[in-house]
Ligand binder design. Structure first.
Ligand code: SF4
Ligand code: F3S
Length: 104
């Protein structure tokens, strides 16, 4: 599966939503997550994210994010259409430790 990571928080550009063939993104207030049970590993969302927030879970050190994607995709609503990114999305692009700062 692919997972959404820290870089998405407060960026939430949603370009990923447009390209996913199985509509497996779920929307929280500050970020999206992928449902790992629904993702078919096609990989098309990865290069679409301007924040480079989407990674394959085969990369090391992503256990925490895989778990977070799994947990919240069961709680947050499904999103199938791209909305507007936050007005200050660009200001948060590339910022470090966004989970600790903003995730509630
Ligand atoms: Fe959707 Fe493919 Fe991205 Fe998985 S890898 S979330 S199926 S676009
Ligand atoms: Fe987040 Fe990137 Fe999608 S910032 S909403 S993973 S396009």
């Amino acid at each position: 599966t692919y997972v959404v990571t820290d870089a998405c928080i407060r960026c939430k550009y949603m370009d990923c939503v447009e390209v996913c063939p199985v509509d497996c993104f779920y929307e929280g207030e500050n970020m999206l997550v992928i449902n790992p049970n629904e993702c078919i590993d096609c990989g098309v969302c990865e290069p679409e994210c301007p924040a480079e927030a989407i990674l394959p879970d085969t990369e090391s050190g992503l256990e925490k994010w895989l778990e977070l994607n799994r947990t919240y995709s069961e709680q947050w609503p499904n999103i199938t259409q791209k909305g507007d990114a936050p007005a200050d999305a660009d200001a948060h692009k590339g910022e470090s430790d966004k989970f600790d700062k903003y995730f509630s």
